[in-house]
Unconditional design. Structure first.
Lengths: 127, 577
């Protein structure tokens, strides 16, 4: 199986980097972006397979990023990963095309499982 | 400082009104009673006394009129009788001359003839100009008697016709005299024809006039001497005590008292006679009829009073009870609203805190995870094992925090509910299945008693599971080893069912029961419970349109009752929750 490209968009840099490093140790190809715009740019530079997207960021909300990404790259799967786990946000995300909605802090094993599922879906969709 | 506490007290009493405010109702009840009593009784008393007085007045007037009528008719009758007598005597005096009557048997013949026509006549006398009785016809020997200084003789000379008072006279028997004086032809001298009449005749006559047994009718002369018998005052020639009050022209005089009784009397002068006819009657207003009438009126009044009092008391009680119930319901609603409000604000606060904590918690989690990863892949170094152990401890603590924040968010979250018809018996069996392991370990027995035809509840399966899981989990903790948990269900009303979960634990104090649904309230040791389980349960049951209540007694265990709707209509609005 090819290595999965994961983009982590989160203004909590410490979190994003630590998570990226751990994913890398487990054979993923992660990148990080510390803002919504930065994330969109990074998507434009190199298309990831799965995006882990925070909801509350200072420059732009996760919803907007999600809508933007899905508009341009419908096959990229986005998993919302946020501390603000209201179910209304979850529903809103799913309606906008997110693959799943996970509340921080998340068990790494669980997260990897979700990433794999998302990747499989992406593969299936892009064929 | 003191003032501050006072303020707090005032504040809290303003927002937490006491449920038992019976003192105020006692006064209210009394005031209401007083007001209703006055409203109903003032008109009753007023109308009763007014009508009674009017009735009395009317009766008095009627009584007087009646009496006036009686007296007039009595007078007319007696006058007619006397007129007849006078006419008869006058006729005789005119028909026969003095000399004729002095003839041998003329007077006796005439008298016999008269007596034949009119048996009341006792005797007849012809009196000469000198006042000496010249001729006498009758049962007594009165010829030659001198009448010249008798009252009636003087009067008859003056008036030509006279009716005397009743008197004893020479015969020593009560009688009265009708006399006529006539001029002797050719002279300035007068002779007198006198007929005396037995008083019995007069008495009989008067008696026939009397129609009513309650009336006393009699004749009296101007000196107050009784001329006929009186039922009240006695026999002929006795004294009538009322007579001293007689004034001319007055017909009816009010109640003078005689021997403790009040009488109504009326008078009338009998024309051409020395007599006054008197009717004395025990007035209606003072007789038995009046007192029995008054008794009846009083009884009716008393009856009305008792009836009104009963109605008023019933009414006042009903009103007061309704008001009290309404206030209690309102207070209950206020308390519930406060509780709900408290939950909502605590929920919002908790959610806010949880959101803020989740992010740093995620950082700690990842950093510590990374540390573990790195250490696992590194060569052995000093304290490596100890470090790994410490980091594992950090990760464990993060896990605990995560459970709390996620639960808090769950508590605050407006969860989506999917309503369906659920068999509570099946659902509870499922829940007990989850808990089997722990129950077996602690040797806890479950007893389920569900009626055969229990209606399905209309609810959300997942949330209902969580509700019962929470409650039964608490029960397991409460009963300890070898405990018993009894679960039963029964319909409550038409649209609800009650599910009771009873444990054989040690029970809770009143204070604990009061706070049992408060968030973060726990009786478990630190680290064992979050204190959110029952708060969440409370919120869930409420959201599902149900109610949860708890009863507990120390030493007897605790019963949780979950009331759930079976009817889907009342929950329609909550679908999108």
């Amino acid at each position: 199986m090819d290595k999965i490209h994961v983009l982590i968009i989160d203004d909590e840099v410490e979190f994003a980097e630590a998570l990226a490093e751990r994913l890398e140790l487990r054979g993923y190809l992660p990148k990080t972006a510390d803002s919504g715009r930065g994330g969109l740019e990074a998507v434009g530079v190199a298309l990831p397979d799965v995006i882990l997207l925070d909801l509350k960021m200072p420059d732009m909300s996760g919803f907007d990023v999600l809508v933007e990404v899905k508009k341009k790259y419908p096959t990229v799967e986005v998993i919302m990963l946020t501390g603000h786990g209201a179910s209304s946000s979850g529903i809103k995300s799913m309606e906008r095309g997110a693959f799943d909605f996970i509340m921080k802090p998340v068990d790494l094993g669980e997260l990897m499982e979700k990433i794999k599922q998302a990747y499989r879906k992406r593969l299936a969709n892009s064929m | 400082m003191k003032n501050y506490f006072k303020k707090i007290k005032v504040f809290s009493s303003a927002f937490l009104p006491e449920v038992h405010t019976d003192g105020g109702y006692g006064r209210f009840r009394l005031m209401l009673f007083g007001a209703m009593f006055l409203i109903s009784f003032i008109p009753l008393i007023f109308s009763t006394s007014l009508s009674s007085r009017e009735h009395r007045k009317l009766m008095e007037i009627q009584e007087k009129e009646q009496l006036v009528l009686s007296i007039e008719s009595a007078r007319n009758t007696i006058e007619a009788f006397l007129h007849e007598l006078q006419s008869m005597v006058k006729f005789v005096a005119e028909q026969y001359s003095y000399d004729e009557l002095l003839g041998q048997n003329k007077a006796s013949e005439l008298f016999a003839h008269l007596k034949n026509q009119y048996p009341g006549f006792v005797d007849m006398g012809v009196i000469g100009p000198n006042g000496i009785q010249k001729k006498y016809a009758g049962p007594f020997r009165l010829e030659g008697y001198d009448y010249s200084n008798q009252d009636w003789y003087m009067k008859v000379l003056a008036r030509q016709v006279d009716i005397s008072d009743v008197f004893m006279g020479y015969r020593k028997l009560p009688h009265f005299v009708v006399a006529v004086s006539n001029k002797l032809p050719g002279k300035e001298e007068y002779w007198v024809l006198r007929l005396s009449i037995d008083v019995e005749t007069l008495q009989n006559y008067v008696s026939t006039v009397n129609t009513s047994p309650s009336q006393d009718i009699f004749l009296v002369n101007h000196q107050g001497q009784l001329q006929t018998k009186s039922k009240i005052f006695g026999g002929i020639l006795g004294t009538c005590p009322f007579f001293t009050h007689y004034q001319k022209g007055e017909t009816v005089i009010h109640y003078p008292e005689y021997e403790g009784k009040k009488y109504l009397r009326s008078y009338a002068q009998v024309k051409n006679s020395p007599w006054i006819v008197v009717i004395v009657t025990e007035g209606y207003m003072h007789g038995e009829k009046w007192s029995s009438h008054r008794f009846r009126v009083r009884m009716i009044f008393l009856g009305c009073t008792i009836f009104a009092l009963i109605v008023i008391i019933q009414l006042v009680n009903t009103i007061t009870n309704r008001l009290r119930e309404a206030e209690q319901n309102r207070n209950q609603a206020v308390i519930e609203a406060q509780y709900t409000n408290k939950f909502a604000s605590i929920g919002r606060l908790a959610a806010g805190v949880a959101h803020e904590i989740n992010n740093p918690l995620a950082i700690i989690d990842q950093k510590a995870g990374l540390m573990t990863d790195l250490m696992e892949n590194s060569t052995p170094f000093e304290h490596k094992e100890k470090l790994i152990h410490s980091v594992t401890g950090i990760l464990g603590a993060v896990q605990r925090c995560k459970v709390i924040t996620h639960r808090l968010l769950g508590f605050a979250r407006r969860m989506d509910v999917a309503f369906e018809h659920i068999d509570t018996s099946d659902l509870l069996k499922e829940v007990l299945g989850f808990l089997e392991g722990e129950a077996i370990y602690n040797r806890i027995r479950f007893e389920m008693s569900f009626p055969d035809k229990l209606p399905m509840v209309f609810s959300d399966r997942g949330q209902l599971q969580q509700v019962f899981l929470n409650i039964i989990n608490n029960a397991i903790d409460a009963v300890g080893k070898n405990g018993l948990i009894a679960i039963s269900a029964e319909p409550s009303g038409r649209e609800m069912i009650d599910i009771k979960i009873k444990d054989s634990g040690s029970g809770m104090s009143h204070e604990t029961v009061k706070r049992i649904f408060d968030p973060f309230f726990t009786t478990k040791e630190a680290g064992k419970g979050t204190g959110l389980g029952l708060s969440i349960t409370y919120g869930l049951v409420k959201k599902l349109g149900g109610k949860i209540s708890v009863e507990s007694k120390i030493g007897e265990g605790t019963v949780f009752t979950v009331r759930l709707p079976t009817n889907d209509v009342q929950n329609e609005g909550n679908y999108s929750g």
